[in-house]
Design a protein around this ligand. Structure first.
Ligand code: ADP
Ligand code: ZN
Length: 620
């Protein structure tokens, strides 16, 4: 271990209470300390922030972090301050007093990190400070914002191209979670990085369990999934604003602490919802994709998509908001073939409006197709995602997706079932939608069926042994596989195509997935392991304590301690400050500020619960 190594170690322990670095973090930190340009690509939750937080401490200097959103800067600075790390953010949201305070701190060199928006960097005043304070190193967070090819282009980021021009001696360190080669090359070119160290992390997120459920009833399915996560943080993504409102209301009616979030709300309400979520007073946010960057809550245990996103990049980015603390979390995509059709026409329309080049439309369609094949194929999800990002997935069994967990079962005789459904469509003259076809197949006795005399058909009740929702689900699977067409418009009807007839003539085999409910969901080993030895009741009461402390301090709850640390506390139950100090995630400042309170809480808890435990062991 050289001198720098031990300084890095000491820094980690002091501020964060960590003992080890994750792969690539060390190389990134070294590049930062040495002032060598770098591009670091790691998935969300990969641990990028440490890579720019450690170098200025070790090198005893002040660095600048460029960040796209005020909310992101604020949360980071709050978090760093709780750890005793000297940092500040300079942004337009500061009142004059705070602004003066930050500026005088900057003049005195009291900070190790200054967070600023890209446009501020090129302001004369800031440039003057950079020169006076001899600032040499810049981290560019969310660096993909500089690229047109990314999913989050921000014109302000283009101004960063000036940096190398104006201050040739500086080093730039770009960080992003966007993996595509095109974006990567664009970042290097735009920022004019010189011979950068390129550090590309693994895109697999082993702590995430991926599932794709054929969508039958988005509300019921979402509720069922969220019931596995009662009291935990979750994000549900919907395609439209109206859907977010309806679904959030439905969830709230079932006793979940849920609210909606979309770009059509007034900014004040949006801000409040986001704050409530960050403060853990809200568990579930039902949102459009407008809810995204700036959500730093690290204990999100579940991300549900009620419809398919436009591309795998989008999916990875949004689903990636789960489990940033490294603990197990679940990502579920509710999928129907109808999604692809809806998105396709949306994309075509907006391309026409924007008079986009044919290549742009083509690219969008290709991305959509790749997303669709992820959703409808039965390959290991971890392998499929890794490969999409150009990385081989070595294990042949991930143990963390619906396919590998063997939750996806085929319908025993898919072809015969498909024939039953298709002939029902034929017998009803291809004039009805999926819902009615399902009604006929299960033998419903509703008015519409009697009105059309569909209870007299030979296909009436052919699938009466299945629940109606399952039948509906199977019908959609046929649509998805292109074995039957679904018309556009308000009330889409099902129509047979040439493939349908091949199936009915027995010339084509069909595989169908068993529509499944939550009962088939396996608990993963990682999930059980992450709870091993954890006193759940203590964990919950520690969360409560965390919530209170966060409220008192006006900071997001996770900056007090992450879930990983709370579980460790609920496992080890330290009742002395010394033991407390040894827990991963406890740095010096938090030991001082929070140690007393947490230790007292744990002692009290143990005193209250131990007699109970004794009785348990005596009788059992
Ligand atoms: P990113 O910015 O890449 O999305 P973060 O920097 O927010 O990721 O880190 C994600 C989580 O991982 C945080 O909770 C952080 O405390 C934790 N983390 C990062 N590096 C380490 C490490 N070396 N050891 C333990 N936890 C870490
Ligand atoms: Zn798998």
């Amino acid at each position: 271990m050289d001198a720098v190594d031990s300084q890095i170690q000491a820094t980690l322990k002091k501020f964060w209470g960590f003992d080890t670095l994750r792969p690539l973090q060390e190389a990134a930190i070294r590049a930062g300390i040495e002032g060598r340009d770098s591009l670091v690509v790691m998935p969300t939750g990969g641990g990028k922030s440490l890579c720019y937080q450690v170098p200025p401490i070790v090198a005893r200097r002040t660095d600048v972090v460029v960040s796209p959103l005020i909310a992101l800067m604020k949360d980071q600075v709050d978090g760093l301050r709780q750890s005793g790390y000297p940092a500040a953010a300079l942004h337009s949201g500061l009142d004059p007093d705070s602004q003066r305070e930050v500026e005088s701190g900057m003049a005195e060199g009291s900070y190790r990190l200054i967070f600023a928006a890209p446009e501020r960097l090129v302001s004369p005043r800031f440039l003057q400070w950079l020169a006076n304070a001899e600032i040499r190193n810049f981290a560019v967070d969310e660096a993909h914002c500089i690229s047109h090819w990314g999913h989050d282009f921000r014109p302000e980021y283009r101004q960063l191209a000036e940096l190398k021009h104006r201050l040739p001696a500086v080093s730039l360190h770009a960080f992003t979670a966007t993996a595509t080669v095109r974006v990567r090359d664009d970042i290097i070119a735009q920022l004019r990085l010189r011979d950068p160290v390129e550090l590309i992390g693994s895109f697999d997120r082993p702590n995430l369990v991926y599932r794709v459920l054929p969508r039958t009833d988005a509300h019921a399915q979402t509720l069922e999934i969220l019931n596995r996560h009662r009291g935990e943080a979750a994000i549900v993504y919907c395609l439209s604003r109206r859907e977010t409102e309806e679904l959030a209301a439905a969830l709230a009616a079932h006793g979940l602490r849920a609210a909606h979030y979309h770009a059509g709300m007034d900014p004040e309400r949006r801000r409040r919802t986001q704050e409530e979520f960050m403060a853990e007073r809200l568990d579930v946010v039902v949102a459009t994709v407008a809810f995204g960057m700036g959500i730093d809550r690290s204990d999100v245990r579940c991300v549900i998509h009620t419809a398919m996103p436009k591309s795998i990049e989008h999916y990875q980015q949004e689903a990636g908001r789960a489990g940033r603390d490294g603990l197990p979390a679940e990502c579920v995509l509710l999928y129907s073939g109808a999604d692809a059709m809806r998105l396709q026409s949306l994309i075509e329309r907006s391309a026409a409006e924007a008079q986009a080049l044919p290549q742009v439309l083509e690219t969008s369609m290709r991305l959509l197709q790749q997303m669709r094949s992820y959703a409808s194929s039965l390959r290991c999800r971890h392998a499929a995602l890794s490969e999409y990002f150009g990385q081989r997935y070595e294990a042949d069994q991930c143990g963390a997706c619906d396919v590998c967990l063997d939750e996806v079962a085929g319908v025993e005789d898919g072809t015969v079932t498909a024939q039953k459904i298709l002939s029902c469509i034929a017998r009803t003259d291809q004039r009805f939608g999926a819902a009615h076809i399902a009604d006929v197949l299960v033998g419903s006795a509703n008015a519409r069926i009697r009105q059309w005399k569909h209870d007299k058909l030979t296909t009436y009740g052919l699938l009466a042994d299945l629940p109606r929702k399952s039948v509906l689900n199977l019908v959609y699977q046929l649509v998805d596989q292109g074995l039957v067409d679904r018309s556009d418009g308000e009330r889409p009807i099902l129509e047979l195509n040439s493939l349908s007839w091949e199936v009915m003539r027995g010339e084509r085999k069909v595989q169908l997935q068993q529509p499944r409910g939550g009962d088939r969901v396996a608990r993963t080993r990682a999930d059980s392991e992450s709870w091993e030895g954890v006193d759940r009741a203590l964990f919950e009461s520690l969360r409560e304590l965390r919530r209170e402390l966060a409220m008192q301090r006006g900071v997001p709850a996770y900056v007090i301690f992450g879930d990983a640390t709370l579980r460790e506390l609920a496992r080890l139950k330290p009742t002395t400050l010394e033991d407390f100090a040894g827990v991963r995630g406890v740095g010096e400042k938090k030991l001082q500020d929070l140690g007393g309170g947490f230790v007292a809480h744990i002692r009290e808890y143990c005193a209250g619960s131990s007699p109970q435990r004794h009785r348990d062991t005596e009788t059992g």
